[in-house]
Design a protein around this ligand. Structure first.
Ligand code: HEM
Length: 524
């Protein structure tokens, strides 16, 4: 006891109480002699001192670079304490495989504290993003049916295609009218605000079964408020992440108030759609009753929300929680990789041509069926995968292993927060050949086989959507949405850029370009 407190006194910032509790765990794990948890290399920055250093130096924005540097200095595993959280960071696929193999039936990752605090103060239920345990699993299995299964993809795919085609039609008109040049006209612009609107419009179409008119020159006031609420919610999340939410709530701090009111608007936007959904269902049932038909005759697809309402397997409260969290998960996550993708395709014209040729011939062979056309253009899928390797939206995926594990011959006790660091992995020469080069073909089967693709850990090279039962529930929406937009863009435009410099990135809960790049769109 004396020993514990002396150590805490001597070194107050090293999270000693946690480590002391785990001291006994050093020796044998599963009969194997390994090094103890405490000896895992440490950045030397701990707890709230670490947090202070982050604030002072504005290091939140370069957390991904900090991780890369720490791996270079300390090797493929290191510990760090950020705020009250002790984390073990890893980056090699074989180690990440070890972590995910011990995630258990109801995998758990770090919670987004300000979001959870909002639900608690407003007495809202949590959705799958924030829930854990059997409660999470029950909701997740129902949602998987609506967004992950092949049958679901076939239902929502035409909705995404509509939005992607509209986006390109409007951009074409803009290039024709505002562009310059004799013959093929060109227009240079920063596409990021348009891509943000595209992602929102596409998500609303799939989730709510409704177009919200964000491509119109004068979107409705409600849609404009919705966009700013989403932007405000995201912008206030990062600074709140490592601050004590309870204190900020008690103080009614402006940062917290802004965050909470942004969420309130997002919830009320969803609520209005839910009410409409119930009204539609009611009138459909009445019509079916008056015609003496069964209520479940083949109907037009009315989005994920419509399906959830109709199936009546989730309570209204849980529908509201989950559909709102899906919406929050969808926003920005696809718009940002699309910015990076346009830039990389533009600064690599020969790769752009190769992908375009495949897209054109697949489109010609698909007889107007966009789903078939995507299936015939695997390089497009590889392009998205390559973009997410270089610029993963989330820079880490976290788990709390449910049993003690051994990583790099260190003992990591069950319940430790372990982060698979995707940004450093994607940029590591130990993992990828020429990691700095944008090369979609590296994901082709033949290339993978040539670089040792039969090893089990090669299944852990592409983890931007996470892994296993808790992987991103929106990945089929996101993947198809991004591929469809790139598909239509490549059929319509040649992309170019004036500078081919690397894009500087910043971290604000997701990885963003420091300055959104401008792209020149030239009509084909
Ligand atoms: C490029 C786009 C996207 C990326 C890279 C991405 C990435 C991720 C990652 C890494 C996770 C954590 C997975 C894990 O812990 O294993 C996640 C979870 C989640 N994502 Fe996405 N996401 C994207 C788009 C979307 C979209 C479009 C939606 C909604 C339609 C969405 C909704 C969610 C939700 C609700 C969760 C929580 C799932 C759960 O805990 O069960 N995401 N996403």
């Amino acid at each position: 006891m004396l020993n514990v407190s002396v150590r805490q006194f001597v070194c107050p910032t090293r999270g000693v109480s946690v480590s002391m509790a785990r001291r006994g765990s050093e020796a044998a794990v599963g009969g194997r002699k390994v090094r103890g948890f405490e000896e895992i290399p440490h950045t030397g920055r701990n707890g709230y001192i670490n947090l202070f250093w982050f604030w002072k130096e504005d290091r939140f924005r370069s957390l991904h670079k900090h991780m890369e540097k720490s791996f270079n200095m300390l090797g493929p595993i290191y510990r760090e304490r950020l705020g009250s959280q002790e984390t073990v960071n890893i980056m090699l696929p074989a180690d990440i495989m070890e972590l995910f193999q011990s995630e258990g039936l109801n995998p758990r990752r770090m919670t987004v504290q300000p979001w959870a605090a909002h639900r608690e103060t407003r007495k809202h239920s949590k959705g799958i993003f924030l829930k854990n345990g059997p409660e999470w699993r029950a909701d997740r299995l129902l949602l998987n049916k609506e967004v992950m299964l092949g049958s679901a993809v076939r239902r929502f795919f035409p909705l995404l295609d509509d939005v992607a085609k509209d986006f390109c039609r409007i951009l074409r008109t803009r290039v024709e009218t505002e562009g310059s040049g004799q013959g093929r006209r060109s227009l240079t612009l920063d596409p990021s605000p348009d891509l943000f609107r595209f992602a929102l419009e596409a998500s609303c179409h799939v989730l709510y079964g409704e177009r919200i008119g964000l491509f119109s020159p004068s979107p409705s006031l409600e849609s404009q408020h919705f966009i700013s609420a989403v932007e405000r919610m995201l912008a206030t999340t990062t600074p709140l992440l490592y601050l004590p939410s309870n204190l900020l709530i008690c103080l009614n701090a402006p940062l917290w108030t802004q965050h909470a009111t942004a969420w309130d608007f997002i919830f009320s936007h969803a609520e209005a759609r839910i009410q409409k959904g119930y009204q539609k269902l009611e009138s459909k049932r009445q019509q079916a009753g008056s015609k003496g038909q069964s209520g479940d005759a083949q109907e037009a697809y009315s989005g994920v929300l419509g399906q959830l309402i109709e199936k009546e397997q989730l309570s209204l409260e849980l529908i509201r929680a989950n559909i709102t969290e899906l919406m929050a998960g969808a926003v920005d996550t696809t718009a940002v990789p699309l910015q990076f993708a346009l830039y990389e395709l533009a600064r690599n014209p020969s790769i752009q041509e190769t992908v375009r040729r495949q897209v054109q011939s697949s489109w010609a062979a698909a007889g107007g069926d966009p789903l078939k056309a995507l299936q015939g253009a695997p390089l497009l899928k590889a392009t998205v995968k390559e973009i997410l390797r270089m610029y993963p939206v989330g820079i880490t995926v976290q788990r709390y292993p449910i049993r003690d594990i051994v990583i790099q011959n260190y003992h990591v006790p069950a319940g430790t927060l372990v982060q698979a660091c995707l940004y450093p992995m994607g940029r590591s020469k130990d993992v990828f050949r020429e990691p700095e080069i944008f090369k979609p073909t590296r994901w082709e089967k033949s290339e993978q086989r040539a670089s040792g693709g039969t090893r089990p850990e090669t299944g852990f090279l592409s983890l931007a959507f996470g892994f296993g039962a808790r992987q991103c529930v929106g990945r089929r929406i996101a993947d198809n949405e991004m591929q469809l937009l790139l598909f239509h863009i490549l059929l319509n435009f040649r992309l170019s850029v004036s500078s081919t410099d690397n894009i500087k990135t910043k971290y604000t809960i997701i990885l963003l370009p420091e300055t959104p790049p401008s792209i020149t769109f030239t009509l084909l």
